[in-house]
Unconditional design. Structure first.
Length: 135
């Protein structure tokens, strides 16, 4: 069997290896601006750790985002999220007639079931009626 040459682009072969012999993602370029990412502990925040609360406030006010480490007591939250995804799957497996019972568009509500393509137009209508007096 003949061996084919693996094409490369910018020092990365199509199989993911690099021309310098390493594998995995390429090094991040030095000339691309990055933003700091604070990692906050859910456990510390839940226990009112004042330093972690200060870091949370800094992240929200100065940076605008953060990574929340849910290990430990946050495992329950992750478990609840998994249950919610399961409920979502069960909802979308229901027949269309059943889902349409929960379409609250006629109540001028953004909540409830939205059929295919309804979200964008309904959101625009909702925002226009909700904030019409402020325009």
């Amino acid at each position: 069997m003949a061996t084919e040459t693996i094409t490369q682009t910018n020092g990365v072969h199509l199989n993911g290896s690099h021309t310098n012999g390493t594998s995995g993602p390429p090094p991040f370029p030095d000339d691309v601006p990055t933003a700091p990412l604070l990692i906050l502990s859910f456990d510390k925040l839940r226990n009112n750790d004042t330093e972690e609360i200060k870091r949370l406030i800094r992240a929200c006010e100065d940076i605008g985002f953060f990574y929340l480490d849910l290990r430990g007591p946050g495992d329950d939250i992750l478990g609840d999220a998994d249950k919610l995804f399961k409920v979502s799957e069960e909802l979308y497996d229901l027949p269309l007639e059943e889902k349409q019972k929960y379409d609250f568009m006629h109540k001028n509500s953004y909540f409830g079931y939205k059929g295919f393509g309804a979200n964008a137009s309904h959101l625009a209508t909702y925002l226009l009626t909700k904030f019409a007096d402020q325009m």
